[in-house]
Design a protein around this ligand. Structure first.
Ligand SMILES: CC(C)(COP(=O)(O)OP(=O)(O)OC[C@H]1O[C@@H](n2cnc3c(N)ncnc32)[C@H](O)[C@@H]1OP(=O)(O)O)[C@@H](O)C(=O)NCCC(=O)NCCS
Length: 112
């Protein structure tokens, strides 16, 4: 990686129900959620092609899941990337709930 690359910055954007990762002011990726009671249901993660394969999705999701814990909420990993991340990061197992048909129906009814 280029040594002069700026460090990625992650922030929660409540109004858009997502966390965004920025590199040098440019948005490089996001992970989107909906809240269902105390469950934060993650349903989509994307990183722009220009930034792919640099571990940005990992940094973004690590930040987001740590924030979920700090907020006293629980994680529901509908997004396959988040589900895969959780298999490798067992430290979040105690605050992770399974994806159920009811949650998927509820998510469908939420719209964009
Ligand atoms: C998936 C995506 C967010 C990964 O972004 P990234 O910053 O390049 O990812 P990282 O470098 O942090 O991590 C790469 C890992 O993601 C995994 N991955 C790539 N695509 C994936 C997918 N669709 N589902 C689950 N995991 C995926 C890779 O296997 C790799 O795993 P490894 O660390 O075990 O080798 C990005 O490729 C993307 O936006 N894809 C299109 C949208 C998408 O398919 N999103 C996931 C489902 S919502």
């Amino acid at each position: 990686m280029n040594q002069s690359s700026p460090a990625p910055v992650v922030e929660r954007v409540d109004a858009r129900h997502r966390y965004e990762i920025r590199v040098g002011g440019e948005r490089a990726g996001l992970t989107a959620y909906r809240d269902r009671g105390d469950q934060r249901v993650f349903f989509h993660t994307e990183v722009d092609d220009a930034y792919a394969g640099q571990g940005l999705a990992g940094q973004l999701v690590q930040y987001a899941l740590t924030d979920v814990r700090a907020l006293g909420k629980r994680i529901v990993p509908v997004c396959p990337y988040v589900a895969k991340f959780l298999k490798k990061h067992e430290e979040f197992a105690d605050i992770t709930d399974p994806v159920t048909p009811q949650i998927l129906d509820w998510l469908d009814s939420q719209g964009d």
